[in-house]
Design a protein around this ligand. Structure first.
Ligand SMILES: *Cc1c(COP(=O)(O)O)cnc(C)c1O
Length: 367
């Protein structure tokens, strides 16, 4: 199209339409009423980015898209669940919330709770939370409690605290979390006009895979799509209870967001696998890092290591993807959450200590 005509077409559109946040956007699909106080940071409406380099690696006309949920307000999909969980907690008159977290849940809980005027307590495994996430929880004004134990232990403690004391638990055992998170599936169908053939997603506590499945099914029941995707869940090899079929006592992986040995939504996840004809599979830390670097350096998309498990898994299973299939990989969190891993694992040429002279700069550039 000639440049002038395309510019005119753009000019006829508002340059920015305000997105009201996912509760307003998908209100009729969510358990809220006119009297629910909506606590929102206008989360959702994240881009579905065509992944050219990943698609080309697979070939055969397969089209891969990245659902970049790292672009939510606190940098992960946890915001989708937290706008619902915090709004409902506020509606119920709660004054404080608590969660256990590998990092992103605590960042989201802190931001939304404080915005809603509530106190936020977060339990984290000491030393195993990426720096950006800890920074967020602190800055948003959470009361952070670091324990010498892993996520699974932290979750057991917060469940007991929430049973005994007047405080609302906002981990993904909270059903409102999954209600909010299912809107990501709505957005995928709204963008593609149909469900993808495969949905690839990293799995920790398995709340998100359950939420997506709920979303696709609700949209199908309402006639917004005809098909349902195969749900392909990927866990880190050192932390793969759903693949192994048993709890992992000492989960270990570079992908700290999915360093979970005893997933609370295990039963949901197993049901999703059988209903969707899906599968769970483990990917090694080396495969995760390879996908992480590929996404950054060839797609221009910076996600956190756990998120790259979806692409690592897709590449591992790519021979099974049907010709011309549409695949969505969920990128659950933003790469800026964990700058340490990026600085340690990259193939960049980083020239340091150079004299501040044009000649020496030009020389390392190869001139
Ligand atoms: C929470 C989280 C996951 C895992 O999601 P589950 O619902 O626990 O399976 C994956 N990636 C990132 C970045 C997360 O924050």
């Amino acid at each position: 199209m000639p440049l002038l005509r395309s510019l005119r077409r753009l000019g006829s559109r508002p340059t920015h339409q305000d997105w009201p946040g996912l509760i307003e956007a998908y209100r009729r699909w969510l358990p809220v009423s006119a009297s629910t106080p909506v606590v929102t940071l206008h989360e959702g409406a994240t881009p579905l980015i065509p992944a050219k380099a990943v698609s080309e690696r697979i070939g055969r006309g397969v089209k891969v898209f990245l659902k970049y949920d790292g672009l939510n307000p606190t940098g992960s999909f946890k915001d989708r669940g937290m706008t619902m969980a915090i709004s409902k907690a506020k509606e119920a008159g709660s004054e404080a919330v608590i969660c256990a977290s590998t990092g992103n849940t605590s960042a989201a809980a802190a931001a939304y709770a404080r915005r809603g005027g509530m106190r936020a307590f977060v339990l984290i495994p000491d030393g195993y939370v990426a720096q950006g996430k800890l920074a967020q929880a602190l800055l948003y004004g959470a009361e952070v409690i670091a324990i010498q134990g892993n996520f699974d232990r932290a979750l057991a403690i917060v469940q007991e605290v929430a049973n005994k004391y007047p405080i609302t638990l906002v981990n993904s055992v909270n059903p409102y979390r999954l209600q909010g998170q299912k809107t990501a599936a709505f957005e995928v169908v709204d963008a593609l006009g149909e469900s993808p053939d495969w949905l690839c997603i990293p799995v920790g506590n398995a709340g998100n895979i359950s939420a997506y499945w709920m979303g696709f099914n609700e949209y199908k029941a309402a006639g917004h799509c005809r098909n349902l995707p195969r749900m392909m869940g990927f866990q880190a090899a050192g932390s793969a209870p759903l693949v192994l079929g048993h709890t992992v006592e000492q989960p270990d992986t570079i992908a700290t967001a999915i360093r979970i040995g005893n997933p609370v939504n295990r039963d949901n996840a197993l049901r999703v696998r059988s209903e969707s004809n899906g599968d769970f599979m483990a990917v090694t830390d080396a495969e995760i890092i390879a996908a992480y670097k590929l996404l950054g350096s060839e797609e221009g998309v910076f996600c956190e290591p756990a998120s790259a498990a979806s692409v690592a898994g897709l590449l591992k299973r790519s021979h099974e993807v049907p010709d011309r299939a549409t695949v969505v990989c969920v990128l659950t969190g933003n790469g800026l959450k964990d700058p340490g891993t990026a600085i340690e694992h990259n193939d960049a040429r980083f020239h340091t200590g150079l004299a501040a002279e044009t000649d020496s700069v030009a020389r390392v550039m190869g001139f």
